[in-house]
Design a protein. Structure first.
Lengths: 353, 517
């Protein structure tokens, strides 16, 4: 069995490793083009992210959100669906948890309040994910198009609600919540002072483990993956495709929504327009680099968080946009190297046509 | 080896060919000599390496070892263009035609005739007509390929190869999609080609065809060529023994069972069933039949006459537009697949790669597909029961290699089909109704014997079986009653012992009609 084991390890790790190697080379060239030394820049990047407590905290904070949006893309992808709506699902989750906390009377103990906040976030994000799921299941509507369009609709709606109804004057955010604040790292150790890292990361790592269990150990996960691999065979095996699609997209939306907890309960303690801009779309890259495996998603989220936080660290020498370019290069390289990306793109092209 | 003519170089000579795909050694040591102007049958079980060997000749694969000579010229490792230029043409099992183009346009595709800047359709049509004349292939060059029957489409494939100047034709399982009269038509064409001096290599696993048409036979087993014989004086049993490496019971020994008049409800009762097809509104058209306990109800017919839609409707994969389906007296017309399975319906789907198996799932996981709810533990699938089931089934059904962790994709066609059969027929209880669609398609002789025995055992235990097969031999060998489907209807039902290919052939092509016969 060791030969097949090794074979599958190679198969799952080689394409993302190739993609990273390509991205490194392109990154080197870009840095050289700015007249800086790649070794120096990457050194600065590592120093600014993993070299001190603040950097570590910021990177972990970003990775937490990205793990949520990455899982939000990865689970539907396992069912053969491309969820491009993590962006608005994340926002809806953040908004829902803020609303729930504002509605809660002061004095509720924080663990209970936080739990309510997490459930609210899951419901908010799950609702936004359920819409494309239902449309796909009932009418065969392309989830790609519906999720993209919903991003505009949902974000515009939330902005309107906040701006018109419940914002704090002179700002674009809701009032601060009174309960349910998730403790930050800085509350335990002063070295993390100033960084946004908070205990949401424990919850999210637990969710990643649960997602793994769900996908690879439960009957529902067995059915979900079968639908993604061969819908006709799954159907013949008594699996209802529509129900599975609906479930996968709703679950994905809920996971993205929980990403809002990280910001609202863990960091700023209010919902603000555009708090997670880009994290939803970056979740697609996280899922693909992580090869739709929850453990891979966690690692990929760390990678992208490092690049994004590292951009700030190297800003003095090269523009921080360089790191955004580097992220884009990673995404492109992944699109070329990872086989399921090609398959998904082909399938969604077919569905749209 | 033959000891004839030394002056006449063979059209094709392969020696010591080996080819591996990753860890799988598809061909170990294959040698093949095809004389000019003969029809040579290449037979073997599925996964024996026949198609791979032929693709090496057609320039699609490069061999790892060995030598290939065409007309005495060393062509080892050439590409498809070189093969076509040298007159080697392959007619594939799956047609590669553009449905919206005409016959003539398809034939010249890749080698277009032009007049100035324009396509010269008239010249192409004339060329196709001329080819039809010399070969006896009858197709109208101006018709659109989408409008052609499967048999006609295959003729276009052959014309395409001939148009490119092929003198050595390789046909990969050409009769799989043909009705008996169309098969005879194909044989006539192949004999004409032989008379014109062309050479034909025919890949098949149907032994009666080999006897009918070939001059010489080469048998492959497990990647090796294990025998070469002249067809004259060879019997199907000889070939089967060489293919499998042991004696096998051929499907000819008929045991079709008898219906025991039952006092209970029939196993399956279909009333006025109408089903919408993908392209036709009434793919199944007001169809009625009953299947009693202990009966195999065979459905013969040329593919595309509604068999697929009928089976899918019975399995719960396709909604019925009208009519009813009753199983053991219960109306199941509106039940889903899972409900039907729970009530005792088993389904061996016609396309195991599409519906039968999740190819990337392990053998163990595929053995519970459709029954996954029975294996649900409290928080997860009960892995111990899944693997116990796998160990038992792999042994009972002799699935090879006997390693439940392997992805099903890695298995040969016959072993993949055994997974499906084991899952559907290997449970603790016999199913009430079994839908067996093409149960032995693309399966080797040894596995066919096994699958037939299993179906007969299910029949004897009182199951009602609906058998759909494109292989008439199979329908005749198993069916207690034979129905013929034509145009979405059952046009006749004949007792199994009275059915013959001649009688059925007329009904299958629509030549015999009610009242006319």
């Amino acid at each position: 069995m060791s030969t097949t084991q090794r074979f599958s390890w190679e198969e799952s790790l080689l394409p993302p490793a190739m993609a990273l190697a390509i991205a490194m080379v392109v990154g080197d060239l870009l840095i050289l083009a700015f007249g800086a030394s790649p070794g120096h820049i990457f050194g600065m990047l590592l120093e600014g992210t993993w070299g001190n407590a603040y950097g570590i905290g910021q990177t972990l904070y970003k990775a937490t959100t990205l793990t949520c949006t990455g899982l939000a893309v990865a689970i539907p992808l396992r069912a053969g669906l491309f969820n491009i709506g993590a962006e608005s699902q994340l926002a809806a989750g953040g908004f829902a948890t803020a609303l729930a906390m504002l509605a809660l009377p002061a004095g509720v103990p924080w663990p209970l309040a936080a739990l309510i906040g997490v459930v609210a976030a899951a419901l908010g994000g799950g609702l936004v994910g359920a819409i494309p799921g239902a449309l796909r299941a009932k009418f065969g509507a392309s989830e790609v198009i519906v999720t993209i369009m919903l991003n505009f609709v949902v974000l515009a709606f939330l902005n309107w609600v906040v701006a018109a109804k419940i914002h704090v004057p002179e700002s674009l955010h809701t009032p601060e919540i009174a309960s349910g604040m998730v403790p930050r790292f800085a509350d335990f150790s002063a070295t993390f002072r100033g960084s946004a890292a908070n205990l949401s990361i424990v919850l999210v790592l637990g969710l990643a483990a649960a997602a793994w269990w769900y996908l690879f150990r439960t009957t529902a996960g067995y059915e979900l993956r079968a639908v993604g691999l061969q819908p006709a065979a799954a159907e013949n095996g008594g699996v209802r495709l529509g129900r599975t699609w609906f479930r996968a997209l709703t679950l994905g939306g809920a996971l993205a929504g929980i990403g809002g907890v990280n910001y609202v309960l863990g960091y700023k303690h209010y919902y603000e327009e555009g708090f997670g801009t880009g994290s939803g779309y970056l979740g697609i890259a996280v899922a693909l680099v992580g090869r739709n495996h929850p453990a891979g998603v966690v690692l990929a989220a760390l990678l992208f968080a490092t690049l994004s936080q590292g951009g700030l660290a190297v800003n003095a020498v090269v523009p921080k946009q360089l790191m955004e370019v580097l992220q884009a290069v990673v995404i492109l390289a992944v699109a070329i190297c990872v086989p399921e990306v090609r398959r998904v793109l082909r399938n969604s092209a077919k569905a749209v046509a | 080896m033959t000891t004839t003519a030394t002056t006449d170089t063979p059209a094709l000579a392969l020696t010591g060919i080996a080819k591996a795909f990753g860890p799988v050694q598809a061909i170990r040591d294959a040698s093949l000599t095809v004389a000019r102007g003969e029809i040579h049958a290449l037979v073997g079980e599925n996964g024996a390496g026949k198609s791979t060997l032929m693709r090496i000749i057609a320039g699609m694969f490069t061999p790892d070892a060995g030598q290939a000579l065409v007309d005495g010229r060393d062509v080892t490792g050439w590409d498809t263009n070189a093969a076509i230029a040298a007159g080697v043409g392959m007619v594939h099992q799956h047609f590669m035609l553009v449905p919206t183009l005409t016959v003539a346009e398809n034939v010249m595709l890749g080698r277009e005739l032009t007049k100035g800047w324009q396509l010269d359709r008239a010249a192409a049509e004339a060329a196709v007509r001329a080819l039809c004349q010399t070969t006896g292939l009858v197709v109208d060059p101006t018709r659109t390929v989408a409008d052609l029957s499967v048999g006609e489409a295959q003729r276009v494939e052959i014309l395409k190869v001939l148009f490119r100047g092929a003198k050595l034709l390789i046909l990969d399982e050409p009769t799989a999609v043909l009705s008996p009269p169309e098969v005879l038509e194909l044989w006539r064409v192949l004999r004409t080609l032989r008379a014109n001096g062309d050479t034909v290599v025919l890949i098949t696993h149907k032994l009666d065809e080999v006897i009918d048409i070939s001059d010489t036979i080469t048998v492959m087993r497990a990647g090796r060529t294990v025998g070469r014989m002249a067809t004259a004086g060879t019997t199907p049993s000889d070939i089967a023994r060489a293919m499998v490496g042991r004696d096998v019971t051929l499907a000819q020994r008929v045991d079709t069972g008898v219906i025991v008049p039952a006092n209970s409800a029939p196993r399956l009762e279909v009333r006025d069933l109408t089903v919408r097809g993908t392209s036709r509104a009434r793919a199944v058209d007001q169809l009625s039949f009953t299947v009693e306990a202990g009966e195999i109800f065979g459905i013969a017919g040329v593919e595309g006459n509604g068999q697929t839609e009928l089976i899918e409707a019975l399995a719960g994969l396709r909604p019925a537009d009208s009519g009813s389906i009753r199983m053991d007296g219960h109306d199941i017309t509106h039940d889903g697949v899972a409900e039907r399975t729970a009530q005792g319906l088993a389904h061996v789907p016609e396309d195991r790669h599409l519906r039968g198996l999740v190819l990337d799932y392990s053998i163990a996981d595929n053995l519970i597909l459709g029954r996954q709810q029975q294996y649900a533990g409290r928080l997860s699938i009960d892995a111990e029961r899944v693997s116990a089931n796998c160990v038992a089934q792999v042994q009972a059904f002799d699935i090879r290699p006997p390693n439940g962790d392997l992805p099903s994709r890695a298995l040969s066609g016959g072993n993949q089909q055994k997974i499906v059969i084991a899952r559907e027929l290997g449970g603790e209880r016999w199913p009430s109704v079994i839908l067996a669609a093409q149960p032995t398609r693309g399966v080797d002789v040894g596995a066919i014997e096994f699958i037939h025995a299993r179906l007969r055992a299910a029949r004897d235990s009182g199951a009602g079986i609906v058998l759909v097969s494109a292989d008439l031999t199979e329908v005749l060998a198993l069916s207690t009653r034979v129905a013929v489907m034509y145009g979405g209807r059952i046009v006749t039902v004949i007792p199994g012992d009275e059915a013959t290919p001649e009688v059925l052939g007329g009904w299958m092509t629509g030549a015999t009609r009610e009242g006319a016969a």
